[in-house]
Design a protein around this ligand. Structure first.
Ligand code: SF4
Length: 85
């Protein structure tokens, strides 16, 4: 599938100018709850939740959003805050 067709079919730009899937749950989530395109999944999927990247602190709005639903991000942020104290 050409990239432009993939983008037109599955993605939209969010308010931050980032591409996100048009629908939730993700159209590539299989009935077995596994990613049906795991080997070719987008970079953001393989990098999520970014806990080993500087984006964790540089894009605080995303981190705060991720803290609200991702226990891994919550744990890392809690450890960072307590280490600072
Ligand atoms: S890993 Fe990414 S592409 Fe795969 S199901 Fe989850 S959100 Fe969709």
């Amino acid at each position: 599938m050409r990239e432009s067709v993939f983008i037109d079919t599955y993605l939209r730009l969010d308010e931050d100018g980032d591409y996100v899937v048009k629908q939730t749950p993700c159209p590539f989530l299989g009935a077995d709850n596994y990613c049906s395109i795991y080997e070719q999944r987008p970079s953001d999927c393989s990098r999520f939740p970014y806990t080993d990247e500087d984006v964790l602190l540089k894009r605080s709005a995303i981190t705060l959003k991720n803290v609200s639903f991702c226990p891994a991000v919550y744990y890392v942020m809690e450890r960072l805050v307590s280490a600072r104290d």
